[in-house]
Design a protein around this ligand. Structure first.
Ligand code: FAD
Ligand code: NAI
Length: 474
């Protein structure tokens, strides 16, 4: 039986990064992942690479180009005649982007001497040193490892009574490979996937209706930012119904019919060609056989871990979507690195207060730290400063002046407690705020730093100045 210092189960961002870091630290490391391409070959990278972050961003980019060419190039004096959509080509490009990432991870495993096993990993029993893990792939073998890192990710949650068929009722998987633009598209849930996938298909020509159970739009987002984003989505024609109760969902040859009740309690029906259900994700331990070794799960089915990703078993760790905390690729990666470093006796650390969130719609929405409503609820004294992109020269030149940057700083110390952005390139701009918060900077620190002109980042500096009520350009 082959023996390893570290066995990682799962090759998504949590698992593959943990494996690379463990190998860098000198451990003899194996990573087991079961994801298959259509040709049966390995497709490393997990949900993120195969049916998550990467393909969704590829389609968001392509669909945005299409929308710009059709609707916004004319503002720049560019006439486009005979604009056409080749959806098959767009989807093939997305698949190519995914494959480049799959292959990139295989290359990184070779470079770092991580032994890769293609198949499903499951616990067999505690071994003399560590644990025995069965790998069930094309062939079956059992390997053992002193440390095991579980990084088995998550799966889409289905509506009760309406399982995914990926034909009519789609999870994020089917939503990324619809073969023709649906005339009418329904989405259940106006969370991150609902907004990103709704945006893709609206830009490509679908009439999109999103049904959301909560009465407030993007409840986790700063209210002022969420309001601004909602205005932009309304203007684009993304129809979002809040406070709904979804009833029976019936899929047939002609599409899907959804019975629902609106916020006033009135019964409604939504008939669509395709329905995407994006109501959150559930931790995945299918096939892991946690009972064989007594690995404890919580009531949601997530692997139970402490703040440092230790499970109830010695030398068994778990990271990423399969444990508590936000289901984000970069959170999974940070946990993977920290665990490998802890195994090496180092002080791996993940700062949960500075994990950024980004929604890659147009406008993009990005934030780090606390929202204004959270600070109010906690009774924290704070100062707020905002700066609109409308007053930013680069945003005007780009032709996208939607939104703002908002700073929240502690009233007495001026320490930055949260930064919230809705607008162009928010995904990139948020990094400055993350760095600032990691270094426990004050709003004044950002206000005093020289930012390139003309750049969108000047809006960040100006929002920091606004905390002290001294913007220069607004
Ligand atoms: P996963 O990526 O789910 O990887 C788990 C891997 O383990 C999979 O390959 C699975 O096949 C394998 N596996 C499971 N069980 C076993 C087993 N027993 N044996 C062997 N292999 C096994 N996050 C962001 O930060 N930014 C984004 O833009 C973003 N966009 C997203 C878009 C969509 C549509 C979706 C669905 C998610 C998105 N996410 C995004 C979330 C992100 O994909 C996840 O947070 C991330 O993939 C979690 O990484 P992970 O390693 O924990 O799990
Ligand atoms: P989500 O948690 O973001 O949103 C789910 C939404 O569905 C919520 O607004 C919820 O109130 C609503 N909902 C739940 N049950 C409902 C019901 N029965 N009827 C109507 N509405 C209902 O989950 P989503 O969009 O499925 O995404 C899952 C996770 O994947 C995200 O939370 C995020 O962690 C990750 N992700 C991250 C992305 C990013 O970082 N850009 C992109 C896409 C996904």
């Amino acid at each position: 039986m082959k023996h390893f210092d570290v066995i990682v189960i799962g090759g998504g961002p949590g698992g593959y990064i943990a494996a690379i870091r463990a190998a860098q630290l000198g451990f003899n490391t194996a990573c087991i992942d079961e994801w298959k391409n259509t040709d049966g070959k390995p497709a490393l990278g997990g949900t993120c690479t195969n049916i998550g972050c990467i393909p969704s961003k590829a389609l968001l980019q392509s669909s945005e180009h299409y929308e710009h060419a059709g609707k916004h190039f004319a503002d720049h004096g560019i006439e486009v005649k005979g604009l056409g959509l080749h959806l098959d080509k767009m989807l093939a490009r997305k698949d190519q982007v995914v494959k480049q990432n799959n292959d990139g991870i295989q290359f990184l495993f070779k470079k770092n001497k991580v032994s890769f096993f293609h198949g499903r990993g499951s616990f067999v029993k505690a071994a003399d040193v560590g644990y025995e893990i069965k790998v069930a792939g094309a062939a079956e073998e059992t390997i053992s490892g002193k440390h095991v890192i579980v990084a088995t990710g998550s799966n889409a949650r289905a509506l009760p009574g309406a399982p995914f068929d990926e034909e009519n009722i789609l999870s994020n998987d089917g939503a990324l490979r619809i073969q023709g633009v649906p005339k009418k598209l329904g989405l259940i849930g106006s969370g991150v996937i609902g907004l990103e996938m709704g945006s893709v298909w609206r830009r490509l020509g679908s009439e999109v209706t999103v049904l959301e159970a909560l009465p407030t739009f993007l409840g986790a987002v700063d209210e002022q930012i969420a309001r601004e984003a909602k205005k932009a989505f309304d203007k684009q024609g993304l129809k979002i119904e809040l406070g709904v109760k979804v009833g029976e969902v019936a899929a047939g040859k002609k599409g899907v019919s959804v019975a629902w009740t609106n916020a006033n309690g009135e019964a409604q029906t939504l008939d669509v060609d395709k329905l995407i259900v994006s109501i959150g994700r559930v931790p995945n331990t299918n096939g892991l056989n946690p009972d064989a070794v007594g690995l404890k799960l919580d009531e949601r089915g997530a692997v139970l871990v402490d703040d440092e990703c230790r499970t109830n078993l010695p030398n068994v760790w778990a990271v990423g979507d399969v444990v508590r905390g936000p289901m984000l690729a970069h959170k999974a990666e940070e946990e993977g690195v920290a665990v490998a470093e802890r195994i090496a006796g180092q002080h791996g650390h993940v700062n949960f207060n500075t994990i950024p969130w980004v929604i890659y719609t147009s406008p993009e929405i990005a934030w780090v730290g606390q929202t204004e409503q959270q600070l109010k609820a906690a009774g924290v004294k704070y100062k707020a400063g905002t700066f609109p992109f409308m007053a930013n020269g680069r945003a005007r030149a780009l032709g996208d002046t939607t939104g703002m940057v908002k700073f929240l700083a502690q009233a007495e110390t001026d320490e930055i407690l949260g930064v919230h952005i809705v607008g162009p390139m928010a995904s990139e701009l948020i990094s400055e705020a993350v760095v600032a918060m990691e270094f426990r900077a004050s709003a004044e620190d950002i206000a005093r730093i020289c930012h390139a002109h003309p750049s969108l980042s000047e809006a960040t500096k100006e929002a920091a100045l606004a905390v002290d009520k001294r913007t220069l350009n607004f």
